[in-house]
Design a protein around this ligand. Structure first.
Ligand SMILES: [Fe+2]
Length: 286
C-alpha cells in the first residue's frame, strides 16, 4: 500500500482506541456477558438461527463506524483479485455419469473480487474488529458453540468480497457450517442476498426443488434485508443461497469473517490461487 494511503488509514484507525467503539453496545451489549441484555440477545440469535438458519443484527456496527470501515474497504478494494469461476451449486466436480438434467450437473458463473487478510494492515478497523476476542466469544454464544477459533489461514481468515458492476455469486451450498458477514457498502442496485432455508438435510437432498430454484423458481426463496453495519450469521450448508447481480458504478463491499470450532483451519493452495491469484501469502503484516 502506498505511504499516503497508509497514513489516511492510520488516521482513521486512531479515532477508535478500542474495537468496542465500532459496535453499538447499547443495542448489542457483547462486552457485558453477565447482563440480562446479553442473555436476551443470545436467545434472539439462537431463535433466528433455529427458525431459518440466518440471524441478522441490524446496525451492529454503528453508522459512523461503518462509514469509516467502508472508506477503508473502498481503498483496500483496489487491491482485490477478481476471478470468474463456472461450477455447480454443490461446489463439486461435475460427474458426467449423472443424467444431464440432474441438479448436480447444472452450472452457472460466479464472478467477484476478494481482498485477502494479508493485504489488510494490522491497524485497519476491520482487522481490529475481527481480532477482538469479545466478538469471537459473542459469536460462539450466538451460534451455541462451546468456543470458536479464528481461521489460521493468512489469506482466507478475513476477506472483503468486492462485487462490481455485473458481478454475481451463483446459487450454492457452503462447505462450512456457518459464515459471518458485515455489510460495509451496498452497490447502487442488485446485490440482494437470497436463500432457501433448509432446502435439504443430511438424508434428503431434495434435488427436484434445488433444480427448480436453479431454473428460476421462487418457491421458498427469501431475501435478507441487510443494511450497512448489519452483522449476519448464516448457516449455509443446507440452505441454497446466492447474491444477485450487482449493477452500477459503486461496488458492493462485504466483510467475511472466518471462524471455526477447531483451531488451525487453513485453505488449500488451489483455493488460494483461485480466490487471490497467488498461492503464497505476502510476507508483510505477518
Ligand atoms: Fe456461501
Amino acid at each position: 500500500m502506498p505511504t499516503e494511503a497508509a497514513t489516511v488509514l492510520e488516521t482513521r484507525s486512531s479515532k477508535y482506541l478500542n474495537p468496542s467503539e465500532l459496535v453499538d453496545l447499547a443495542r448489542y451489549p457483547i462486552t457485558d456477558r453477565s447482563s440480562k441484555g446479553y442473555a436476551d440477545l443470545i436467545t434472539f440469535c439462537r431463535e433466528q438461527l433455529l427458525n431459518c438458519g440466518a440471524c441478522v443484527l441490524p446496525g451492529f456496527v454503528h453508522q459512523k463506524g461503518v462509514a469509516d470501515m467502508a472508506d477503508e474497504a473502498a481503498e483496500l478494494a483496489l487491491l482485490a483479485h477478481h476471478n470468474t469461476v463456472v461450477g455447480n451449486a454443490y461446489l463439486t466436480e461435475i460427474d458426467p455419469t449423472l443424467p444431464e438434467t440432474d441438479a448436480r450437473r447444472m452450472t452457472d458463473t460466479t464472478s467477484l473480487g476478494a481482498v485477502a487478510y494479508d493485504q489488510m494492515p494490522a491497524s485497519s478497523l476491520l482487522r481490529r474488529l475481527y481480532e477482538w476476542d469479545f466478538l469471537m466469544e459473542f459469536l460462539a454464544d450466538a451460534l451455541g458453540k462451546e468456543r470458536l477459533f479464528r481461521y489460521a489461514d493468512p489469506m482466507g481468515a478475513l476477506n472483503i468480497a468486492v462485487m462490481g458492476d455485473g458481478d454475481y455469486l451463483r446459487w450454492h451450498f457452503d462447505q462450512t457450517d456457518f459464515v459471518t458477514t458485515i455489510l460495509l457498502q451496498p452497490g447502487l442496485a442488485g446485490g440482494e442476498y437470497e436463500f432457501v432455508p433448509m432446502i435439504r438435510s443430511g438424508d434428503k437432498p431434495n434435488y427436484e426443488h434445488v433444480k427448480a430454484v436453479l431454473n428460476g423458481s421462487r418457491e421458498g426463496v427469501i431475501t435478507l434485508d441487510i443494511q450497512p453495519g448489519g452483522l449476519v450469521l448464516f448457516e449455509g450448508r443446507n440452505s441454497l443461497h446466492r447474491v444477485t447481480e450487482v449493477q452500477g458504478a459503486k461496488a458492493r463491499l462485504i466483510a467475511l469473517l472466518g471462524y471455526d470450532t477447531k483451531p488451525g483451519t487453513t485453505g488449500s493452495e488451489y483455493l488460494r490461487q483461485i480466490r487471490y491469484g497467488r498461492a503464497k501469502p505476502l510476507t508483510e503484516n505477518q
